[in-house]
Design a binder for this molecule. Structure first.
Ligand code: GLP
Length: 242
């Protein structure tokens, strides 16, 4: 069930998304948050930092699980998702590092690390999962063709995804890792609520596929048609094909 909000600017989109996050943060129990990387949620994270600073919202008991991580990048690499989350959120709130979970991309046995991540995730239910969407319809790093019943696994990244993400790697696709560890589609669907943020024209086809297209592994985000509570925050460009 999609609840769609369309706004003019990225800042407005982020402020609207924060309203749902704030409800979760103010609920009757300390929440478990599923978090995402990419440019789309950065404005939401800024709102969360502002709320922490201005209103004293505390993260000291909050548990977080991130969606994915590149295989082969050490955690301290400038483009690892571990680094991204610390720079854009964790370093600015009072969350203890032991409460933070990000898949391990640099271990000796990535398959075993994925299984361990899924086992830890299975102990919890995320109150909300933040998502962006790839221009090919991927969520987390679940690329087209990935089965709907997938759990945390290793995924080969498509050429399109690596091209899209080259902007973070000196615009050089050869520096973009070829694989990622990612929560599966079934892992994501367990979250109670989903916040999906997408802006810009290059997301319009993926957003159309997610909401109006057939439910198919060719557009992994279309699995969200089966989720009971998906809040979608778009600008006009991302909503232009709806
Ligand atoms: C990456 C991430 C996804 C993210 C997507 C879109 O591929 N693994 O989780 O949704 O990029 O990123 P952006 O928000 O920067 O457009």
């Amino acid at each position: 069930m999609f609840n769609i909000t369309i706004k003019d600017t990225y800042d407005e989109v982020s402020a609207e998304a924060f309203k749902i996050m704030k409800e979760v943060l103010s609920g009757d129990h300390t929440p478990v948050l599923g978090l995402a990387t990419g440019s789309s949620p950065v404005g939401l994270y800024k709102e969360m930092i502002r709320d922490h600073e201005e209103n004293g919202t505390s993260y000291k008991d909050i548990i977080t699980f991130n969606l994915d991580e590149y295989i082969g990048l050490p955690r301290d690499h400038r483009e690892s998702y571990w680094t991204f989350m610390h720079v854009n959120l964790f370093n600015h709130v009072d969350i203890p590092d032991e409460n933070v979970h990000v898949p391990l991309g640099c271990g000796e046995d990535p398959e075993a690390d994925c299984a361990a991540y899924e086992a830890e995730l299975a102990k919890y239910t995320a109150d909300v999962q933040v998502l962006g969407i790839g221009s090919d319809g991927h969520i987390a790093f679940n690329e087209p063709g990935c089965p709907f019943d997938s759990v945390t696994h290793i995924m080969d990244l498509t050429e399109q995804t690596r091209r899209d993400n080259a902007r973070f790697f000196d615009n050089d696709i050869n520096q973009v890792p070829t694989k990622a560890a990612t929560m599966g589609l079934a892992s994501i669907m367990r979250a109670k609520k989903i916040i999906m943020i997408a802006t810009g024209e290059n997301k319009a086809d993926a957003i159309y596929g997610m909401i109006k297209g057939p439910k198919t592994v060719d557009c992994p985000a279309s699995i969200l048609q089966d989720h009971p509570e998906v809040y979608v925050f778009l600008d006009k460009a991302a909503a232009s094909k709806l």
